[in-house]
Design a protein around this ligand. Structure first.
Ligand code: DOR
Ligand code: ZN
Length: 376
């Protein structure tokens, strides 16, 4: 494989500097100041499907979307078919994920038998509202105790199903879950991460005992500006414009720890059916949506790197050294048909974004969009 090296302007350690990346003797690609080099991004919440759900997305399809979006490491979710609740399945999936061109981590599912945790020693466990319904809060408490002893992070999709009203999942379900998990965290000493939080009150309430992430869709889409019954359906639900703007304000105030997509592919036919499944695809463009907030002065470039690289890397235990992404500092319009993954539909269709990803480098390789793969 031909090798290349990169020269251009980078944002490193909080300042802009010219860098040369790669080995001497390789063909040099010069990037002008219309481009910017950033550390590789890390998305701690994706669904790469496969395993019984490969018609929605595959591990390789998901990895292609990640690379297209400047993402070099992911935290995949366990709600495959079967759901990953045993050490055996956990190891099997990690083994498959380790072959991908991106760094792969997996949040283990809640085991019925908590001894599976001792065998699997996962870095993190994902708790769904469905787990609370199936096993009860007592089991969640026991899980948190076990994770406190083993050092795993308990990642919550925090909505208490007791507050669902039929198909409605009101904000109250999130508020009540956060109260409950806060009490359990203090009782058990477990490390807690609250994923895809939708309410500014949750961000506020998490201070001191949990970390939180927010998604591009809960920051940018709401029940007014996103009305397609299929494409806009997601759990937790999109909120009102007021709530969304308050969540964005919390991000701007530096109160949010992490940005993560919850990239959750379903087929277009499923999304357009009379009973669409929840989930939004955005991995290809999540970085550019975040960079658009920098462009609009909502957040700083340091925030971008903290939210979508440094902090999620720390939570997943990933080293991003030697990884980078090159973005072109231009505005562009999002087109799902240009997505590299299996999923080519998105409620962000037609949205303006900033900072088009032109190259992603990780594991000794660089993926140049429209050109191919080279060694570094
Ligand atoms: O919208 C969602 N989609 N929320 C979830 O919790 C699951 C996810 C999926 O797997 O499709
Ligand atoms: Zn998810």
């Amino acid at each position: 494989m031909e090798c290349v090296r990169i020269e251009g302007r980078a944002y490193v350690g909080g300042r802009f500097t010219r860098v040369k990346l790669g080995k001497e003797g390789c063909r040099t690609l010069q990037f002008s100041n219309d481009y910017l080099i950033l550390p590789g991004m890390v998305d701690l919440h994706v669904h790469f499907r496969d395993w019984g759900l490969s018609h929605k997305e595959t591990l390789t399809g998901g990895a292609a979307a990640a690379l297209a979006g400047g993402v070099v490491a992911v935290g995949d979710m366990p709600n495959t078919k079967p759901h990953i609740r045993t050490a055996e399945l956990y190891r099997k999936r990690l083994e498959e994920g380790s072959k991908l061109p991106v760094t792969y981590r997996l949040h283990m599912g809640v085991p019925g038998d908590l001894a599976e945790l001792d065998a699997a020693k996962p870095g993190s466990v994902k708790v769904y509202p469905e787990d609370v319904e199936a096993y009860g809060w007592g089991h969640v408490e026991a899980l948190m105790r076990r994770c406190a002893a083993l050092g795993c992070v308990v990642v919550f999709h925090c909505e208490d199903p007791a507050y669902f009203k039929g198909p409605e999942r009101p904000p109250e379900a999130e508020l009540r879950c956060v109260e409950r998990v806060r009490a359990l965290a203090s009782l058990t000493g477990a490390m807690v991460h609250l994923t895809h939080v939708t309410l500014p009150q949750t961000v506020e309430a998490s201070r001191g005992w949990a970390t939180v992430d927010v998604t591009p869709h809960h920051l940018l889409l709401d029940v007014e500006n996103c009305r397609d019954p299929g494409l806009c359906l997601v759990n937790p639900r999109l909120r009102t414009p007021e709530t969304r703007k308050a969540l964005l304000a919390a991000l701007a105030a530096g109160l949010v720890d992490i940005y993560a997509t919850d990239h959750a592919p379903h087929t277009l036919a499923e999304k357009q059916s009379s009973n669409p499944p929840p989930g939004i695809c955005s991995l290809d463009v999540a970085l550019s949506l975040l960079l658009a907030l920098w462009r609009r002065d909502v957040i700083t470039l340091a925030d971008v790197v903290r939210l979508y690289s440094h902090r999620p890397a720390r939570l997943l235990g990933v080293n991003t050294e030697g990884t980078f992404v090159v973005v072109k500092l231009e505005e562009f319009t999002i087109r799902g048909e240009e997505f590299a993954g299996t999923c080519k539909h998105t409620p962000f269709e037609g949205f303006r974004a900033f900072g088009r990803v032109v190259a992603t480098a990780t594991k000794g390789r660089i993926y140049l969009k429209g050109e191919g793969v080279y060694s570094l």
